[in-house]
Design a binder for this molecule. Structure first.
Ligand SMILES: NC(=O)c1ccc[n+]([C@@H]2O[C@H](COP(=O)([O-])OP(=O)(O)OC[C@H]3O[C@@H](n4cnc5c(N)ncnc54)[C@H](OP(=O)(O)O)[C@@H]3O)[C@@H](O)[C@H]2O)c1
Length: 226
């Protein structure tokens, strides 16, 4: 976890996949893989975290609002963060047209021009250095920004490439995995992008701490093994 402060937020990775671990069809369609009950739990998980994070790929494909819709609504909406190194998020993205519903942070490279984004008291920018390996923003530095913003918990909501980067950097403490009884096949998008592993013995390992049926889906919770 080189470079991340000792007090970084606790990180949850939330996945909603088919039985075969896919988060979307080959064309990128992901609505809806899991059922209503699992999605309601997903909103409760959002509300229980200080911040939620998606990659720019998910933002461009799904245009999510990332609002926690719980009944009753949470006392405070989590900070909605997008990892967007190249500043692709359009000003018309739902994230930016719903600033009255909750705050947003765009985590981007320190060289990104911010001119095309609105100036709003609920919109902040985390200007970050590049990670030499991925060419995208540095995740330890993203977590330093989260720490400086006072965030104690952060939930990654995809997609697969961003999730894989966090796993590769050893930064995921907990996985909340909702698994739907459908099969999307090998041409579907994987819940986790490439990890570049050569040996099974090097695989990041998690311990299952809970299994629960939610509607037709299964909700498995895992914590990282020391
Ligand atoms: N079923 C579900 O629950 C679910 C949830 C989420 C997404 N999805 C689906 O997943 C698909 C998108 O997934 P995806 O894997 O293509 O995209 P993604 O993981 O959402 O975003 C990848 C992008 O994030 C940016 N990024 C910034 N910092 C990064 C870092 N350190 N490491 C890796 N990426 C970083 C990179 O672009 P820059 O370099 O330009 O920043 C990268 O190309 C969509 O089809 C969506 O529908 C499904």
């Amino acid at each position: 976890m080189s470079g991340a402060s000792a007090t970084r937020p606790q990180i949850t990775l939330k996945l909603a996949t088919s039985l075969d671990g896919r988060i979307a069809t080959a064309s990128g369609n992901s609505k809806w893989i899991t059922g209503e009950a699992a999605r309601a739990e997903g909103h409760r998980l959002r509300a229980a975290h200080d911040a939620v994070l998606v990659g720019s790929g998910t933002l461009m494909a799904d245009d999510p609002e990332l609002i926690a819709r719980t009944d009753p609504p949470p006392a405070r909406q989590p900070l909605r963060v997008v990892a967007d190194s190249r500043g692709q998020t359009p000003a018309s993205a739902k994230l930016l047209t719903t600033l009255d519903k909750g705050p947003v942070a765009i985590a981007t490279l320190e060289t990104t021009n911010l001119d095309h984004w609105p100036s709003h008291r609920e919109l902040s920018f985390w200007m970050l250095p590049r990670d030499a390996r991925t060419g995208s923003i540095s995740l330890p530095e993203l977590l330093n920004s989260a720490d400086r913003a006072g965030l104690k918990s952060l939930m990654i909501e995809g997609g697969g490439r961003l999730a894989a980067s966090f796993i590769r950097d050893g930064l995921v403490d907990r996985i909340e995995w909702f698994r739907a009884p459908i099969l999307l096949g090998g041409d579907g998008l994987p819940g986790l992008g490439p990890l570049g592993l050569e040996k099974v013995v090097d695989a990041p390992t998690f311990e299952r701490v809970r299994v629960k049926e939610v509607g037709v889906d299964l909700w498995e919770s895992y914590v990282r093994k020391a």
